[in-house]
Design a protein around this ligand. Structure first.
Ligand SMILES: *[C@@H]1O[C@H](CO)[C@@H](O)[C@H](O)[C@H]1NC(C)=O
Ligand SMILES: *[C@@H]1O[C@H](CO)[C@@H](O)[C@H](O)[C@H]1NC(C)=O
Ligand SMILES: *[C@@H]1O[C@H](CO)[C@@H](O)[C@H](O)[C@H]1NC(C)=O
Ligand SMILES: *[C@@H]1O[C@H](CO)[C@@H](O)[C@H](O)[C@H]1NC(C)=O
Ligand SMILES: *[C@@H]1O[C@H](CO)[C@@H](O)[C@H](O)[C@H]1NC(C)=O
Ligand SMILES: *[C@@H]1O[C@H](CO)[C@@H](O)[C@H](O)[C@H]1NC(C)=O
Ligand SMILES: *[C@@H]1O[C@H](CO)[C@@H](O)[C@H](O)[C@H]1NC(C)=O
Ligand SMILES: *[C@@H]1O[C@H](CO)[C@@H](O)[C@H](O)[C@H]1NC(C)=O
Ligand SMILES: *[C@@H]1O[C@H](CO)[C@@H](O)[C@H](O)[C@H]1NC(C)=O
Ligand SMILES: *[C@@H]1O[C@H](CO)[C@@H](O)[C@H](O)[C@H]1NC(C)=O
Length: 329
């Protein structure tokens, strides 16, 4: 009994200590990762990337259980300077690529990324990338999540992004993007992703085409967008949460009579919305609601959740009145 126990123990030990027996790592992937490490300037955070150990055990990467190819590369908060290495394109099994809080990572998104056709999750966020958001990202048709927030991207939103068939989340917020919301965002096939475009320099009017699809989560706040938001409302729509605050939207709110039952958050503060608040709003289960700093008039309808908010949800309008604001005369 004792002997066999020790035999097993020793076998396990020798298996885990001897790289030649336990090596899973694909040789090509190992070579590519070492190239990436080198082009990122051999940062301290990647010191586990070393030929002495199996690359499937290196920090910041994951291997597939069956074919042992690198499927995930995730680097957070490292002192990395330089550009996105071209060698990245030689990790063809990558499904997750996340670079986050690498504030010295500069330059554009390289074309080589189009080789990573298995990517589901692509995040370059809180980096210092610049240039335009490339339309070639639309070749990554397996993408479920694309997050390019908190960078220095300029130029317009490429219309081609609307052709991504599996996209669930699109984060382009906190950049310096200009121009309009693409017309093509009214042609998303399948489910429309949750879309975050806040804190950019977007301008132009809301395209009418957007009426053709159902948005669920939409953040357009802090841009310079114009136009009419009624395309997002109506009883047949499924919008849940929308932040339209701090833009230049201008339309008669009295004319928006029907709101989707799904609506639970609506922020319209700091726009140029006029008319009065429709009484149908009392039938909407609003968990977040703000129409301050607009040009609204008339009595705040009584009922529903509308009196659950304090006066700051309504103040700084042209002539809104009634609870929670002072009574109308
Ligand atoms: C970025 O690079 C500068 C200059 O090399 C350096 O001083 C700074 O610490 C770096 N920051 C980070 C977060 O890597
Ligand atoms: C980042 O690295 C640079 C040079 O490699 C060094 O001067 C700087 O102090 C480092 N910054 C941090 C935050 O570690
Ligand atoms: C981004 O890069 C610019 C210059 O290219 C630099 O001035 C700025 O400090 C960088 N931002 C961060 C957060 O590192
Ligand atoms: C963008 O660039 C400007 C100046 O080039 C810099 O001050 C800023 O920190 C950069 N933004 C980010 C998120 O790195
Ligand atoms: C992508 O990765 C981020 C960060 O790990 C995670 O929060 C997000 O849920 C992932 N998205 C998908 C679609 O896997
Ligand atoms: C949007 O801004 C750009 C640059 O500031 C300007 O050239 C363009 O005319 C604007 N477009 C609209 C529709 O306001
Ligand atoms: C939006 O969703 C609702 C409810 O699922 C559906 O009845 C309606 O036809 C959809 N509208 C569009 C434009 O897809
Ligand atoms: C809502 O959908 C129903 C059934 O699809 C349709 O008859 C009706 O015209 C639609 N209403 C609006 C305002 O689009
Ligand atoms: C807004 O629309 C309502 C209802 O159609 C109308 O009575 C009102 O005069 C309009 N207000 C303005 C300022 O155009
Ligand atoms: C509404 O928005 C204004 C402006 O940002 C803010 O001051 C106020 O606190 C907000 N009120 C509520 C109830 O969200």
């Amino acid at each position: 009994m004792k002997t066999s126990f020790f035999t097993i123990l020793i076998t396990i030990l020798s298996l885990s200590l001897s790289p030649s027996l336990s090596q899973r790592c694909n040789v090509k992937d190992e070579k590519t990762l070492l190239k990436i490490k080198k082009s990122l300037g051999n940062p301290y955070q990647l010191s586990s990337w070393n030929r002495a150990s199996d690359c499937c055990r290196w920090y910041h990467v994951q291997c597939d259980l069956y074919n042992d190819r690198i499927t995930s590369l995730t680097i957070y908060s490292a002192n990395i300077s330089g550009r996105i290495p071209d060698a990245l394109g030689s990790l063809p099994f990558l499904e997750t690529l996340i670079f986050r809080k690498l504030t010295n990572l500069t330059g554009p998104i390289p074309f080589t990324i189009t080789k990573l056709t298995r990517l589901k999750n692509l995040t370059f966020s809180w980096t210092n990338l610049s240039g335009t958001i490339p339309s070639f990202l639309s070749r990554l048709t397996n993408l479920k999540s694309l997050d390019l927030s908190f960078n220095n991207f300029t130029g317009t939103i490429p219309p081609e992004l609307a052709t991504l068939p599996n996209l669930q989340t699109l984060h382009l917020d906190r950049n310096r993007l200009t121009g309009p919301i693409p017309e093509s965002f009214g042609t998303f096939t399948g489910k429309v992703p949750a879309i975050y475009l806040s804190h950019n320099l977007l301008n132009g009017t809301v395209p009418k085409s957007l009426a053709r699809v159902n948005f669920t989560w939409l953040d357009l706040s802090r841009n310079s967008l114009h136009g009419d938001l009624s395309v997002f409302f109506g009883t047949n729509k499924t919008i849940k949460a929308a932040d339209f605050s701090r833009n230049m939207f201008e339309f008669n709110f009295s004319k928006v009579v029907e709101f989707p039952a799904s609506l639970s958050a609506l922020d319209l503060n700091h726009n140029r919305i006029y008319g009065s608040l429709p009484t149908t709003l009392t039938g909407v289960n609003l968990q977040r609601w703000n129409v301050s700093y607009n040009r609204l008039c008339g009595e705040i309808p009584a009922g529903g959740n509308l009196q659950k908010y304090d006066n700051t949800a309504y103040f700084h309008n042209r002539c809104l009145c009634g609870s929670p604001l002072p009574a109308c005369y």
